[in-house]
Write a protein that binds this ligand. Structure first.
Ligand SMILES: [Mn+2]
Length: 256
């Protein structure tokens, strides 16, 4: 079995809330590890992460310890960076044995072609400001500037402020969707850009399943041969996906 989860946003909110989410995530990892051949973490696992050559952020010990334990046992762990944790360096690989991917991947898993991506930076041509921000934050210069010019405590303070702001704007979108009566408190149309991306990609590549995070809305979308799974966020809409040995992919919901 291969498991997929995203948008855990470890470290978000107050200390008690963050600890609750982390315990739950570690319990989920434990449960998955019973029959997991691989675990795919599809972005925004950390609400904010920035690592220096010799310094990593405080916290996350339960998660890091568990991930190291799983890879020591021979379970493959693949980590895709999201827009909140794009600054992951080589620490997770060297210390925890995790494979890190910074770009979307088309992989063969359980005999199926599976496209995996966090889902940020896709279909955002109509949003020049977002495009510019993405480019700035991803640039090597920005990373170097932070590494050498900003005290770690200050960098973390900025990062948490920025992450909180970004999550809030996401939540406001949900709130708007609720007011406009799309129901359930979440708006399925949020996932449309990614579904559109998948449609276009599938027109020129053979893909059995698409897996995305980012939109914080769990959705299992099928249209003819197209299958797109959107993983939910752990704070409000927790869900994960399982790819079984026959190559079937299923979205499973957890209690919010
Ligand atoms: Mn997210």
């Amino acid at each position: 079995m291969i498991y997929f989860a995203s948008d855990v946003h470890l470290g978000a909110g107050d200390e008690a809330a963050a600890r609750r989410v982390e315990r739950r995530f570690v319990a989920w990892l434990d449960a998955a590890a019973r029959d997991a051949e691989a675990i795919f973490l599809v972005g925004d696992i950390f609400d904010f992460w920035f690592e220096y050559r010799r310094v990593v952020p405080k916290g996350f010990v339960r998660t890091l310890g568990k991930l190291a334990e799983l890879t020591d046992r021979g379970i493959r762990v693949a980590f895709f960076t999201g827009n909140h944790d794009m600054w992951v360096g080589d620490y997770l690989t060297r210390e925890c044995g995790i494979e890190v991917y910074t770009a979307p991947q088309l992989m063969t898993l359980s005999g199926r072609r599976v496209f995996v991506a966090h889902g940020d930076n896709m279909k955002i041509d109509g949003q020049p400001m977002l495009k510019l921000l993405n480019r700035t934050f991803r640039s090597r210069t920005m990373k170097r500037l932070f590494s050498w010019g900003v005290h770690p405590d200050l960098a973390m303070k900025f990062g948490h402020w920025w992450s909180g702001k970004s999550r809030k704007s996401h939540n406001n979108k949900d709130e708007r969707a609720r007011r406009e009566g799309t129901g359930g408190g979440f708006d399925a149309s949020l996932t449309e850009p990614l579904i559109e991306y998948a449609r276009e990609y599938a027109a020129v590549h053979a893909v059995d399943h698409f897996v995305f995070g980012h939109m914080h809305f769990a959705r299992d979308f099928r249209e003819g041969a197209l299958h797109v799974v959107n993983l939910g966020c752990w704070e409000k809409n927790p869900a994960y996906a399982v790819l079984d040995d026959r190559g079937e992919m299923t979205l499973k919901y957890l209690e919010p």
